[in-house]
Structure formats: C-alpha cells, structure tokens
Ligand binder design. Structure first.
Ligand code: BES
Ligand code: MN
Ligand code: ZN
Length: 494
C-alpha cells in the first residue's frame, strides 16, 4: 500500500514530484484555499494570476497543473478546485481528483485545507482512495501506477496521527473490496471468496466460520444451495464476528456474494452480464467493514454474513418453477432464476437472527430497478422501521456515501403471492422492482428485529469515467457506511 505520511506546514519538505493545493471559487474569481499560502510565496504572490491565466476557476473537480520552473523544489503545482465552500466530502473528492491526475508520479505533498483532525482524515482518505489502480492483470509497465508516497501537510498537531491511522484503515478496507470486485470471476469463485474472507478475517483477529456446500445442504440453506447448484463452483456461507469486551449492542451485516450472475436459466443478455462479476459487492463490503471495525475497535459486537454462490445455467441449475426451502422453513417458488440475490440473502438474514442482533443491515447489488430509480451513484435504503432508515441514511451521509431513503409499500406484497409456495421470488407487478425486492427480504427478517436494506446495484461498480476518489470498476461502496453504523451503534446512537 501507498506510504502515507504527515508533515507540519512549517517544516514540510517540498522535495516531491508535485504539490497539491486547493482553489475556492469566489465572485471575484479563484482564491487560494488554506494550506496554499507558502506555495504562493514561491510564485511571488502571483499564483492566482497564473491559475486564472490557465483558466482555473476553482470549480469542484477541476485540476490545473502549473510548472514551477525551479521556484520550488517540486517541479509541479497541482491546483484542485473545491467549489464555493468545502465540507469533508469536498476535501475527499478534491484530494482524490488530484491523486488520480498524478498517477505515475513518485511522491506527492498534499497541501489542501487540513486545519483539524477531521480535515486531515478527509484529505488523507480521499488521497488514498483516489490513488487506486487495479494492476493485477496488467503486464509490463504502464503509466498508471499509483503514487508511492503521499504526504499530508497540516497546520495542526491535534490527534492527527489517529486521523491518519483511521484514513489508512478505511482506505485499506475499501481497497480490499475494490480488488475483490475487480477480480475476474474465474479467479474469484465462491470458494476463493470464502477463503479470502477467512484469511482476511483471521488476520484481523475475527472469529471465522465457513459453511461449505455439504454443510449448507445439511443445514437447510435452500436459497444458497438452489442458486449455487448450477455451477461447478459450489456455494459458501461465511460468518465473521467481532466483539468488544464492553459491547452491549449487536449489529449483524449480511452481504450478497454472487461471484458471477449469469442469470442462471433465466439467462441475462450479454450487455447486462459483462459486469456481473460485481454481484459480490455486498459481501465484499461486509468483509471490508468487518476488517476495518476490527482495527478501529468500537464498543459493539458485529457479526457479518457473506452469502456466496455463482449463478450459472446448466443441467444441474435450478429451474424457473422450482420451489426452495429457505433456512428456517419458509418456501419460495423460483419463477425467475435471475432474481437469485434475494434467495441467498433470505438464508443469511434468517441465520443472522440466531445472533440475536439489535439491528440487521443487509447490503446487496440486488436490482436493476435501483439504477432506474436512483441512478448509478446513490444507494437505496429500505427498512422495517422509519427510525432505523433515517439513522442509516444519516450514517451514510456522515461517511460520505450517497444514499437515499426509499419506502416498502405494503401493497406490493400481494404481487409476490405464489400459487403453490409461501412466496414467489418475482412479482406480477411491473413497477417498483427495488422496493419489491426489499419487501421480499423483509419477509425473512426475524420478528421484532430492526432491519435496513441497502441496494447498491449501481454504486458498487462504476461503469463510467472515474470521478472524485472513485475509480472505474469496483468502488467499495457501503464499506464506510457500515463502519459508521457500527460506530454509531457503539455510541448508543442506533
Ligand atoms: N445482480 C442483479 C441486479 C443488478 C443489475 C446488479 C444491474 C447490478 C447491476 C440481480 O440479481 C438481478 O438480476 N435482478 C433482476 C431481478 C428481476 C429478475 C426481478 C433485475 O433487477 O433485473
Ligand atoms: Mn440476477
Ligand atoms: Zn444478482
């Protein structure tokens, strides 16, 4: 991982390949943000003129590169726009944009506003997350290598070390998830994902339990077994647990871990299939969050379930019209094998009830309808309790992740009535597919347990251009929200 360092503004060495500064927009034009002052001196106070001359206005996302011609030890100043005013997320994005624009450089000093520990954490997190490249399958030396050393320059000494450590922890967790999502599904089948979870979990000091295909059949996990039975790569259920000795609340996270979703016999068309390696993003997020939580040690108990299978068509695949028995006994008529996520999630949600959680949060790349409703970047939040939905939305906002509350209208339940089983896995109702999937999952939430459901179908995988600190491909969506939820639960705020 990138070497992340801290330096005080007074003593910071500028012997780096580039110095990043911030620019704010103002009615009168671009204005240097706090942190940039020392750099302006090297330009004899004419940095703003130089930036204006280059067309910089300070708009968020804007990057302007200015050569220093020897006036600084660093050959390049990179001015990044912060918009009219900036919050933590604006700092994360600006740092991320800057680092992305510097891929291939060796060392970078970041002199964005970093006057408080929170600002230091935001700048460091954004820089680390923007400085991401997935190179596992590239041969030869491209110019896309991430920066090897990032120095965050700050004016404060207050708790900056722990802010930096937090940034590292969060970035490492998000990076893990991005790597898993980006991995080709031939190399990340259910067994590999489960064994990776075991290794990551044990390394982090979590207790880890892995159920293989035999244990899943014996245990009655009909959803995971049914979805997995069409693949030569058999399914898994992973349980990870973290417990602080002074914990008095338990939170359960459940993640969808479909390592590849072909749709099964209800086969997807090619253009909908080629990004379905990302269908384990929910399980990835749960694993990443547990890893970070084990390092941050909040006073809470957290269990994580990864419901893992590969959804493939074959002579052994489940058929549309098969009936499965979910863990705990409810039956489901599978009318469309492409609505597989809800089947594996149902098993894991019921099982999570055995940990007697105060709250279950599930995370899944569940529906294309999420993208229709909320677009590619905003997670849909549904819940069986208004208060929980609002609190989860609040946690996502504080974590810097875009998420929005959505309803679970009761009238949608009747569309899931099955002619022969307790419930069908698709609805006769055409509209509101994200909500229908949420209604389906709600049926499996243990009585009396508060539950929230995050549909991250769009946010988990960026098919478009990179933006802010978000690269193309796997994004690590929901990791930071889950960590925030665990911390909120520890603080008694959930
Ligand atoms: N994994 C998909 C949902 C998805 C779509 C995730 C696009 C990311 C991007 C899920 O398993 C699925 O296929 N859902 C179906 C459900 C339908 C058959 C009721 C869908 O949304 O089309
Ligand atoms: Mn599917
Ligand atoms: Zn799926």
């Amino acid at each position: 991982m990138t070497n992340l360092k801290l330096a005080n503004a007074q003593s910071a060495s500028l012997d780096v390949d580039a110095v990043v500064i911030g620019v704010v927009t103002d009615d009168s034009g671009p204005v240097l943000a706090p942190g940039a002052a020392g750099i302006d001196e090297a330009f004899q106070g004419r940095l703003v003129d130089a930036l204006s001359g280059l067309g910089a206005g300070g708009k968020a996302g804007e990057v302007t590169k200015v050569p220093t011609f020897g006036s600084l030890a660093a050959p390049l100043v990179v001015a990044v726009g912060l918009g009219e005013s900036y919050d933590a997320e604006a700092l994360r994005r600006a740092a991320g944009v800057a680092l992305r624009s510097l891929a291939g450089s060796g060392s970078v000093a970041v002199r964005l506003p970093a006057a408080t520990a929170d600002e230091v954490a935001a700048v460091a997190t954004g820089a680390l997350l923007g400085n991401y490249a997935y190179l596992n399958y590239r041969t030869g030396d491209g110019d896309k290598r991430p920066v090897s050393e990032i120095t965050v320059v700050t004016e404060t000494d207050d708790e900056v070390e722990s802010a930096l450590e937090r940034a590292r922890t969060i970035a490492e967790a998000v990076t893990l998830v991005r790597d898993l999502v980006n991995a080709p599904p031939s190399d990340l089948n259910p067994e590999v994902l489960a064994e990776t979870a075991r290794e990551v979990g044990e390394e982090a000091g979590l207790s880890v339990e892995v159920l293989d295909e035999k244990a899943l059949v014996e245990g009655g996990y009909g959803g995971i077994v049914g979805v997995g039975q069409g693949s030569v790569n058999p399914p898994r259920l992973v349980r990870l647990a973290y417990e602080h000795p002074e914990a008095d609340k338990t939170v359960a996270f459940v993640g969808k871990g479909i390592t590849f979703d072909s749709g099964g016999l209800s086969l997807k068309p090619s253009e909908a299939m080629d990004w379905m390696k990302s269908d384990m993003g929910g399980a990835g997020a749960v694993l990443g969050a547990l890893k970070a939580i084990a390092a941050l040690r909040p006073k809470v108990k957290v269990v994580g379930y990864l419901a893992i299978a590969e959804n493939m068509p074959s002579g052994t695949a489940q058929r549309p019209s098969d009936v499965l028995t979910i863990y705990g006994g409810k039956t489901v008529e599978v009318l469309n094998t492409d609505a597989e996520g809800r089947l594996v999630m149902a098993d894991a949600i019921v099982r999570a009830g055995e940990d007697e959680p105060d709250l279950i949060v599930d995370v899944a790349t569940l529906t294309g309808a999420q993208l229709v409703a909320l677009g590619t970047r905003t997670t849909g939040i549904m819940a069986n309790d208004d208060d929980v939905r609002e609190k989860v939305a609040g946690a996502a906002g504080r974590a810097g992740e875009s998420a929005w509350p959505m309803p679970l209208p009761e009238e949608l339940r009747k569309g899931l009535d099955s002619a022969i089983a307790d419930i069908a896995n698709i609805s006769g109702e055409r509209w509101g597919g994200m909500l229908v999937a949420g209604i389906f999952l709600k049926e499996f939430v243990p009585d009396g347990v508060r539950w929230a459901h995050l549909d991250i179908a769009g946010p988990s995988f960026n098919q478009g251009q990179p933006y802010g600190y978000t690269p193309k491909g796997g994004t690590g969506a929901a990791v930071r929200t889950l960590v925030q939820i665990a911390e909120d639960a520890a603080a008694g705020a959930l």
